[in-house]
Design a protein around this ligand. Structure first.
Ligand SMILES: *[C@@H]1O[C@H](CO)[C@@H](O)[C@H](O)[C@H]1NC(C)=O
Ligand SMILES: *[C@@H]1O[C@H](CO)[C@@H](O)[C@H](O)[C@H]1NC(C)=O
Ligand SMILES: *[C@@H]1O[C@H](CO)[C@@H](O)[C@H](O)[C@H]1NC(C)=O
Ligand SMILES: *[C@@H]1O[C@H](CO)[C@@H](O)[C@H](O)[C@H]1NC(C)=O
Ligand SMILES: *[C@@H]1O[C@H](CO)[C@@H](O)[C@H](O)[C@H]1NC(C)=O
Ligand SMILES: *[C@@H]1O[C@H](CO)[C@@H](O)[C@H](O)[C@H]1NC(C)=O
Ligand SMILES: *[C@@H]1O[C@H](CO)[C@@H](O)[C@H](O)[C@H]1NC(C)=O
Ligand SMILES: *[C@@H]1O[C@H](CO)[C@@H](O)[C@H](O)[C@H]1NC(C)=O
Ligand SMILES: *[C@@H]1O[C@H](CO)[C@@H](O)[C@H](O)[C@H]1NC(C)=O
Ligand SMILES: *[C@@H]1O[C@H](CO)[C@@H](O)[C@H](O)[C@H]1NC(C)=O
Ligand SMILES: *[C@@H]1O[C@H](CO)[C@@H](O)[C@H](O)[C@H]1NC(C)=O
Ligand SMILES: *[C@@H]1O[C@H](CO)[C@@H](O)[C@H](O)[C@H]1NC(C)=O
Length: 662
């Protein structure tokens, strides 16, 4: 309801006619050229955190996604794990064994019973998340083992259908009637597809008619920044290329829990992975929580992102706690903050040091819950918010606290100064464009975080699976609106970030991949995020023009080396935009375009941005905007022109070696 009211308010403020179904908003300014003059002085400061990312484990974005561990169901977590992803190899019988827990947290192991007629090497396979990515690289493998065995164990990476062996590695193991940990590394050659499995084999002759148990099997390719229990290097690099400046985590819905007991609990996601029980998530599959609280913070540190940590605030989908019932959970938030921020000789701070991080984590932003205007949270949120706000603010007055809604009726009547308000929206392209000026009249004393947004073209005939140029252009228009208001819109994140193809429960996402090589596929919206985020001004500049916004939208900014003009043409006609940036001569123009419904499909990247050097003797640049086109012009500001023309020459040399798409 709030969304509709906002849309109407915006539509009225913009003087828009009622939309006829199928009519595009674009037909407002029919002239084919737009002239813009950037005024280098004046303007408002832009939030340095504006473009960031939001992450929660959904669409197997964490386990089976950005987290490096490749084997599925390794801890038998969740409500009904069964033998998912396991297969027997040779004459053995495999079973989930709850009588032999690996630890207090990992309640089951895999029992491998050797049949009387078994010969040679036998064991089991794990087929990963719809296959195991097999690359020419070095893998780290770790497992726990119980049972009487002294001899070789062979670890392999094998084509599931082809039987082709890409890696085969022997390790000598001495195992007893207690679980012990075994680790090794091995090299592999590359598979041409993702239809592969990992195998653990042992000599059946050494286990006549007996059983062996294996627990918490783990397989890692190289990790980002070579962190142990880290992120996949290839996937994380793809995120890093967006140059995000904050990470909102761990949810999203996945913070809340389908029930109170299955909420995300910080203290169950820290320490050795063998001590993390995992949970049935809000997205109907188990989370191992191997990507836990500290791993999120290493991720932030490695990508130079500001952590935006959400804490559980009493709302789950199966029940809501408030008042005195909530107090133990508020106390637990303070434990969590001592873990993150306390000195290494405090109770929880010492636990952090023991887990590998001596210095406190730099946590400056905390969000209280998730979407408390929804799923029954509204009535009690004013009280729950105040209770948690007072507790955190009392101990950590410097932390900026974020309310999980902007809906007034769900907030305290007189909220404390300095609170940031989080608002989420997923809209069809026209509706997102209609929200261009959503924040123009936002009171400057009430800053905003757009913690989730994105175009979802639910009326597209081919479904919402993957972003199209139309959607990506509408996002660019909307982001221009966010940037114009980035004195008050502090942070914004497209969501969701990524998916493992085949495990999609919500789409589109910025990018996706599967177990096959080179499967990382950016959606068209990925490029819009990258173009906008990689080109950031510190000051939003006034622009002089006779033109009205629509179909062409723009925002200009500067930082200490460049002027930046971002443009989007939300219309079916080509447009010519003359941009004047006084006293500049050289720049780079990056453009993204394609037909209205052009998409990048899994494994099929058809749309990419292209970039070229532009020059002008008087600071006048002519930019041809394709229908639904998005462009970023960055020109070198006078003082360092010499400096930057060198960069331009290098950029030019790169350009001539790239196939020109336009
Ligand atoms: C600066 O912010 C004010 C609102 O506080 C707005 O009216 C003005 O247009 C902004 N200037 C620029 C250049 O964005
Ligand atoms: C070995 O015995 C199992 C039953 O214990 C049977 O299912 C399997 O077919 C036998 N394998 C061979 C090669 O005879
Ligand atoms: C165990 O593996 C090693 C290394 O591959 C090999 O040299 C050795 O012969 C194997 N041992 C047995 C008993 O097969
Ligand atoms: C591994 O050990 C097995 C027997 O233990 C042997 O047959 C095989 O050749 C060894 N493989 C390698 C690569 O050493
Ligand atoms: C372990 O297995 C070996 C041979 O497989 C056997 O000789 C030995 O008795 C077993 N030890 C125990 C404690 O079961
Ligand atoms: C294998 O073990 C089962 C029970 O554990 C027993 O009934 C059977 O006789 C054994 N078979 C052999 C060949 O030792
Ligand atoms: C986690 O925190 C809760 C709440 O304080 C506590 O009851 C529980 O014992 C803790 N669990 C572990 C494993 O530390
Ligand atoms: C922690 O160390 C600081 C100085 O390093 C000291 O002042 C403080 O008393 C210690 N706190 C505890 C709980 O030991
Ligand atoms: C808050 O920030 C100020 C200024 O940076 C600093 O002096 C003060 O110690 C901080 N207070 C706390 C509780 O961290
Ligand atoms: C300034 O803008 C240029 C052009 O977009 C960009 O390459 C550079 O990284 C920006 N500088 C800073 C400090 O953000
Ligand atoms: C352009 O440069 C000239 C000479 O340095 C200067 O006088 C003029 O003010 C500049 N114009 C703008 C708009 O900055
Ligand atoms: C450059 O742009 C300015 C301002 O838009 C205009 O006055 C001037 O005539 C232009 N110069 C050229 C060569 O187009």
């Amino acid at each position: 309801m709030k969304g509709l009211a906002t849309w109407l308010a915006v539509a009225l403020a913009a003087g828009l006619p009622g939309l006829v179904s199928g009519e595009r908003l674009a037909k407002r300014d029919s002239s084919s050229t737009v002239t813009l003059t950037v005024n280098p002085s004046g303007g408002n400061a832009s939030s340095p955190l504006l473009y960031g990312i939001m992450f929660e484990d959904m669409d197997h974005s964490g386990d089976g996604g950005i987290h490096g561990q490749l084997l599925q169901n390794n801890g038998f977590q969740g409500d009904n794990p069964g033998l998912t992803a396991y297969e027997s190899i040779g004459d053995v019988t495999i079973a989930q064994d709850m009588d032999h827990p690996v630890s207090d947290a990992i309640h089951s192991s895999l029992q491998v019973a050797v049949n009387a007629n078994a010969t040679g090497f036998v064991g089991f396979a794990n087929t990963g998340y719809d296959g195991v990515p097999v690359m020419k690289t070095t893998y780290l493998c770790e497992f726990w083992m119980l049972g009487n065995y002294s001899g070789n164990i062979t670890l392999q990476l094998v084509g599931s259908s082809s039987g082709k062996v890409y890696a085969s590695h022997n390790m000598t193991v001495v195992s007893s009637e207690e679980f012990t940990n075994h680790q090794t590394t091995f090299n592999s050659s590359a598979s041409s597809d993702g239809n592969n499995e990992w195998r653990l084999l042992f000599d059946s002759a050494l286990v006549p008619n007996g059983t062996l148990n294996f627990g918490l099997v783990q397989l890692f390719p190289p990790t980002f920044n070579t962190r142990s229990n880290g992120l996949r290097e290839d996937v994380a690099t793809f995120v890093d290329d967006i140059k995000p400046s904050f990470l909102r985590f761990p949810g999203g819905n996945n913070l809340e829990g389908l029930q109170i007991d299955t909420r995300w609990q910080w203290n169950l996601t820290i320490g050795p992975v063998v001590d993390r029980p995992g949970r049935e998530s809000d997205w109907f599959y188990p989370n191992t929580d191997a990507l836990g609280l500290d791993e999120y913070l290493w991720w932030c540190e490695d990508m130079n992102m500001e952590p935006v940590l959400a804490v559980w605030d009493g709302k789950s989908y199966g029940g809501i706690l408030s008042g005195t019932d909530l107090q133990p959970y508020v106390d637990d938030i303070l434990n969590e903050l001592e873990y993150l921020l306390g000195p290494s000789n405090s109770t929880y701070g010492s636990l952090r040091a023991q887990n590998g991080r001596k210095d406190p984590w730099p946590v400056n932003y905390i969000e209280i819950g998730n979407e408390d205007d929804l799923t029954g949270g509204c009535d009690t949120y004013p009280d729950r918010f105040t209770q948690i706000y007072d507790a955190i603010n009392g101990s950590y007055p410097n932390i900026t606290l974020i309310a999980s809604t902007i809906t007034e009726s769900c907030l305290p009547s007189d909220p404390p100064a300095g609170v940031v308000y989080d608002y989420h929206y997923y809209r069809e392209p026209d509706a997102l464009v209609a929200m261009f000026n959503l924040w123009d009249n936002q009171p400057r004393s009430q800053p905003v975080m757009v913690g989730e947004y994105g175009c979802r073209n639910t009326s597209a005939t081919d479904g919402v699976f993957w972003s199209s140029i139309l959607c990506s252009c509408s996002e660019a228009v909307h982001m221009i609106g966010l940037e114009r208001n980035s004195d008050v819109v502090r942070m914004a994140a497209y969501a969701p970030l990524l998916q493992h193809f085949g495990y999609t429960s919500w789409s589109p996402t910025l990018f996706g991949f599967d177990s096959s090589p080179d499967s990382l596929t950016p959606g068209t919206s990925y490029y819009v995020q990258q173009m906008f985020s990689a080109n950031r001004g510190t000051t939003i500049l006034p622009v002089d023009t006779d033109a009205d916004f629509g179909p062409v939208y723009w925002v200009a900014s500067k930082n200490n080396t460049a002027y930046i003009v971002k443009l989007a043409n939300y219309g079916a006609e080509k447009k010519t935009v003359h941009v004047n940036v006084p006293n500049t001569t050289t720049g780079v123009l990056e453009r993204l375009s394609g037909s209205e419904y052009a998409t990048n499909q899994p494994h099929e990247i058809k749309v990419r941005p292209n970039s070229k050097t532009v020059t002008s003797s008087q600071g006048n640049y002519t930019i041809h905007m394709d229908p639904w086109g998005v462009a970023v012009l960055s020109v070198t500001s006078g003082a360092t022109a010499l400096h930057f023309s060198l960069g331009a020459i290098i950029a030019w040399q790169i350009c001539i070696f790239l196939p020109q798409l336009l």
